[in-house]
Ligand binder design. Structure first.
Ligand code: PRP
Length: 179
């Protein structure tokens, strides 16, 4: 694993180890397995950032479940959420189903709010959210997040699916901007 990862002249340094990510993911999976025992939830993975977390989380889920993906884009190549969220479409029927949205990180919460509102119109039985990371100080919405892996300070992070200008997603751990 690199000690410093550079993107567009900016330097990122190690922040959360792969082993810590794995432990948090395992804790979350255990809670979901217990809370949804006997149910058949639909996991809705928010592209692209959640690919790594979602893949690792789902391999620990022992429920009879489905996987749906939805694309959402808010950052562009900047380091702050633009506030405008572009949501893709999905054609699976989620009426009367228990939906669990999988996010890599919640920053302002605007992406989740838009997804949540869009899903609500399709009358699922329930909607919950699981996220690996959350920045509580940045939250601008009232969306309740039941499953949070780790709370972090409002710093810009990449790796394990998260990007800066589409770079850094492949890093096996989380890196933070060296300010
Ligand atoms: C990131 C991240 C979340 C969202 C969080 O996605 O994956 O979906 O931003 O920010 P928010 O809480 O302020 O809305 P991004 O728009 O960068 O797309 P990506 O997942 O394809 O990188």
């Amino acid at each position: 694993m690199p000690e410093i990862y550079k993107v567009n002249g900016k330097e990122f340094i190690p922040f959360i180890k792969a082993s810590e990510i794995a432990e948090a993911t395992s804790r979350l999976a255990a809670r979901i397995n217990s809370d949804y025992a006997g149910k058949t939830p639909v996991f809705m993975l928010v592209l692209k950032g959640s690919i790594f977390f979602g893949a690792d989380l789902l391999r620990l889920i022992n429920l009879d479940c489905e996987l749906v993906t939805i694309s959402a884009k808010s950052y562009g190549s900047r380091m702050q959420s633009s506030g405008e969220v572009n949501l893709g479409l999905f054609d699976e029927n989620i009426e009367d189903k228990d939906v669990i949205i999988i996010e890599d990180i919640i920053d302002s919460g605007l992406t989740l709010k838009k997804i949540y509102q869009s899903l609500e119109t399709q009358m699922p039985a329930s909607i919950e959210i699981v996220t690996l990371l959350s920045k509580p100080q940045m939250k601008k919405t009232d969306i309740r997040v039941k499953y949070v892996g780790m709370e972090i300070e409002p710093k810009f992070v990449i790796g394990y699916g998260l990007d800066y200008a589409e770079k850094g997603r492949q890093l096996p751990a989380i890196y933070v901007l060296d300010e």
